[in-house]
Write a protein that binds this ligand. Structure first.
Ligand code: ARG
Length: 470
């Protein structure tokens, strides 16, 4: 039996039921649906549409449905098209006749938009908290490795030595922007659509401001047509997750590269590695690869939703039901990727000796030689050409660069000193640069940023902010 049985003579065809049903995936909204219904019932009571007794009976039935859901005793029936239908059906079974009043002045169109915003609010805040967890691990590792250094790369060619902490923090700053974006998305979506009805509001004296406040939304909708058809917040959530996924894929890719015998910069802990069913010697970086691979899926979800939304006429259209699966999948997948990657990074064995060895190739200090000449008055373009000539000579004649530098009248001993292990990285002194003093300052700035983000997140989830980190 459908919610619209009064209008139709025939029963719904089985193929239609099977095609349109969404309860298999939208049941994750159950707790938020109950929260939305509680606010709606209180609103109906406040406007005098329901008596006090009716409000009490409906709230009691909603409590019972909530208890059944959390005990895993709630049963979805074959005719429950979606989670909203299932809960209303059960409320009516439990409360009797008054159950028929639950949906007064409400449509599933404003109901589903409300539920989904409530769900996104807590789920995106939770994901942001997990991103902060990964940032904390990166900062912990950056602190622990002190002055270790490795080659910094451009075009995947050795460019200049950088502190390992600087490299790790580069990933952390990208993640901090993800947290910022997730928080901004939650703040923007914090608007209640409840009271918009099917599309136009109601002839009954509903109070959308009251229900918005009951649900902890900071505002109510301004336009009922927009309220039931707006899925910008889902698109934004999917974009935030897609870009976060892209950042995680870049970190994953570096773990894949660094753990090769060719790089040898790290070893993945056994608990975070996988083996081969055929090759006994293999230790594979499947977690990092899968993190890299998930980015494709997230981008697909974002693209799919945008195409679903494109060209939809106002207001609600059933196409909008297609918002849920990508969103629920993206949130679940990015969470499990974050958890696995956080553990992997926390336990990664970093081979500082191999990193230093790769970074101490004298040519990675070539720009330091040029800048040494600049400090002595030579124009940079000329200095660049002079050093480039020495590098070329060294490559072509197989003579160590240090020897050529030493022998050069304008470079000599002082120039050759710049090529000694660990010297070049110590010369990266500018703010935000890759040397020790700049990185120490950067670590402090990052710790402050983390404190601010932790506070913003606890405000979002309505808790007391955690104590600031030492
Ligand atoms: N399950 C639907 C959704 O996710 C609920 C709204 C159905 N509304 C309707 N007019 N058929 O969008």
């Amino acid at each position: 039996m459908t919610l619209w049985q009064g209008r139709f003579g025939d029963e719904m065809a089985e193929a239609v039921r099977a095609f349109t049903v969404s309860s298999a995936f939208d049941r994750v909204l159950a707790a938020d649906d109950i929260a939305g219904s509680r606010a709606h019932v209180r609103g109906l009571g406040r406007s005098g549409i329901l008596s006090e007794d009716e409000v009490a009976a409906l709230l009691e039935a909603l409590d019972q449905v909530e208890a059944e859901l959390s005990a895993g005793r709630f049963e979805f029936g074959p005719d429950d098209e979606d989670v909203h239908t299932a809960i209303e059906r059960r409320v009516t079974e439990l409360a009797g006749e008054v159950g028929a009043k639950l949906h007064t002045g409400r449509s599933r169109n404003d109901q589903v938009a409300t539920d989904l915003r409530l769900w996104c609010r807590h789920e995106l805040a939770r994901v942001a908290g997990e991103v902060v967890g990964l940032e904390e691990v990166l900062v912990g590792r950056a602190t622990e490795v002190g002055d270790a250094y490795l080659p910094g790369y451009t075009h995947l060619q050795r460019a200049q030595p950088v502190l390992l902490a600087h490299h790790l923090l580069a990933h952390a700053w990208a993640l901090a922007r993800d947290v910022d974006r997730l928080i901004a998305t939650v703040e923007r979506m914090d608007v209640s659509p409840l009271g918009a009805g099917a599309l136009a509001g109601s002839s009954l004296p509903l109070d959308p401001d009251f229900v918005a406040e009951e649900l902890g939304f900071h505002a109510r909708f301004e336009n009922s047509l927009d309220a039931v058809s707006d899925r910008d917040f889902v698109a934004e959530a999917l974009f935030d997750i897609a870009l976060l996924g892209v950042h995680l894929s870049r970190l994953g890719e570096e773990v894949v590269l660094w753990s090769t015998a060719e790089f040898g910069f790290c070893t993945i802990a056994d608990a975070y590695a996988t083996g081969s069913s055929m090759l006994p010697q293999k230790k594979n970086p499947d977690v990092a690869e899968l993190v890299r691979g998930k980015a494709g899926r997230f981008i697909g979800h974002l693209t799919g939703l945008l195409v679903t939304l494109k060209g939809l006429p106002l207001s609600y259209n059933r196409d909008l039901q297609e918002d849920k699966e990508p969103l629920i999948d993206a949130v679940g997948q990015v969470s499990s990727a974050l958890r696995a990657l956080t553990g992997l990074v926390a336990t990664l064995e970093l081979h500082q000796d191999k990193m230093a060895e790769a970074a101490d190739t004298p040519a990675t200090a070539a720009v330091d030689l040029a800048e040494f000449l600049v400090e002595r008055g030579m124009p940079f373009r000329k200095a660049h050409a002079l050093v480039a000539g020495l590098v070329r000579d060294s490559v072509e004649r197989h003579v160590p660069l240090a020897e050529l530098v030493q022998a050069h009248p304008e470079l000599g001993d002082a120039g050759a000193k710049l090529l000694e292990p660990g010297v070049a990285v110590s010369r990266r002194t500018t703010p935000g640069g890759a040397g020790s003093a700049a990185v120490a300052e950067q670590l402090e700035r990052f710790a402050r940023r983390l404190d601010v983000d932790r506070t913003r997140l606890s405000v979002l989830s309505g808790q007391d902010p955690p104590a600031p980190s030492a």
